[in-house]
Ligand binder design. Structure first.
Ligand code: UDP
Ligand code: MG
Length: 307
């Protein structure tokens, strides 16, 4: 029988952990696989680790890695994939927003239909603040326009993949990780299952608007260098404009002889160009800071306990 590893990053999820375990074991019992769980306690400040230890005592298939502090969901996924030993690996949220009932379809997709990975995307964003949905859509449009790596709109991290694909994901050691891009970058044949958004079983979302914004920047910087070209393009456009203007004023002065009055215009131009220059330096800075952090080659997480 094939082995399936369920990888579950958890951050302050003491309420969700038991609910998830019950729902997931129920779904797994119907499948022809040998299951194991890898929960990753991402530096939780509540009793998440205690709940995990209780589960481990009850059920030998439950394992956990506990981080020394909060390293983020991406590090959690990485640690889980690294620790898991199954032939098939599933990444799931603990809040039951990823329905365990889909695991059967996913397994069939890999075993019967020969896909390397079965991933999910939600087709609705019900229950999410409007402003957030708007920015999310804008982000997907933007990144797909400027990046060669396809990032599917509404893609969840919930997916089942083969050992081969998981090993490929693990071979990407970058520190600032953007899973939606990484899963797509490694390639392999991926089937998409669609489902309606499900509300959290318990607890609160861990993503503030600000965190999501920074995460989207990680995605853009990690998978596109297009913003770096903005400076060159704008520079060229403004040079051409300047040449045209010089010619215009030169000829105008030669013919009519009136001097150019333009203190306000001057201020506007200085501010505009100054702004554009700072903006472009800012973009450079973003890429530089990412490069700087990558060159340190720090580990993606530090584990305090692993069992
Ligand atoms: N999570 C994590 N570390 C973090 C933030 C979140 O491991 O720093 C986990 C969280 O416990 C959950 C999953 O990532 O299992 C998704 O988080 P959440 O449900 O808050 O995100 P949303 O579904 O709202 O996008
Ligand atoms: Mg969630």
């Amino acid at each position: 029988m094939k082995r399936m590893s369920i990888i579950v990053p958890c951050y302050n999820e003491e309420e969700s952990v038991p609910l998830f375990y019950d729902a997931c074991t129920a779904a797994l019992s119907k499948l022809p696989v040998e299951a194991e769980f890898w929960f990753v306690d991402d530096g939780s400040l509540d009793h998440t680790l205690l709940r995990l230890k209780e589960l481990r005592e009850r059920d030998g298939r439950v394992h956990y890695v506990s981080f020394s502090r909060n390293f983020g969901k991406e590090a959690g996924i990485f640690a889980g994939l690294e620790a898991a030993t199954g032939d098939y690996l599933a990444v799931m949220d603990v809040d039951l927003q990823d329905p365990p009932a889909l695991l059967g379809q996913m397994l069939a997709g890999i075993e019967d239909e020969g896909w390397d990975c079965v991933a999910t995307r939600r087709v609705t964003r019900a229950g999410e603040p409007r402003l957030r949905s708007f920015f999310a859509r804008a982000f997907y449009r933007l990144i797909n326009r400027i990046s060669k790596t396809e990032v599917v709109d509404g893609a969840r991290d919930f997916r089942l993949m083969t050992r081969k694909m998981a090993d490929a994901v693990l071979s990407l050691k970058e520190v600032s990780r953007f899973s939606k891009g990484i899963f797509s970058w490694v390639g392999f044949r991926t089937k998409w299952l669609e489902y309606e958004n499900v509300k959290r079983a318990a607890g609160e979302t861990k993503w503030s608007f600000w965190k999501l914004l920074l995460y989207s920047l990680d995605g853009i910087i990690g998978f596109s260098t297009a913003p770096l070209a903005i400076a060159s393009v704008m520079g060229l456009v403004f040079c051409l404009l300047a040449f045209a203007l010089i010619l215009f004023f030169f000829i105008k002065t030669l013919i009519w002889g009136d001097p150019v009055a333009g203190f306000p215009a001057m201020i506007c131009i200085i501010l505009l160009l100054g702004g554009i220059q700072l903006f472009c330096i800012g973009i450079l800075g973003q890429y530089l800071s990412k490069t700087y952090l990558e060159t340190k080659r720090r580990p993606l997480y530090v584990a305090r306990e692993k069992e």
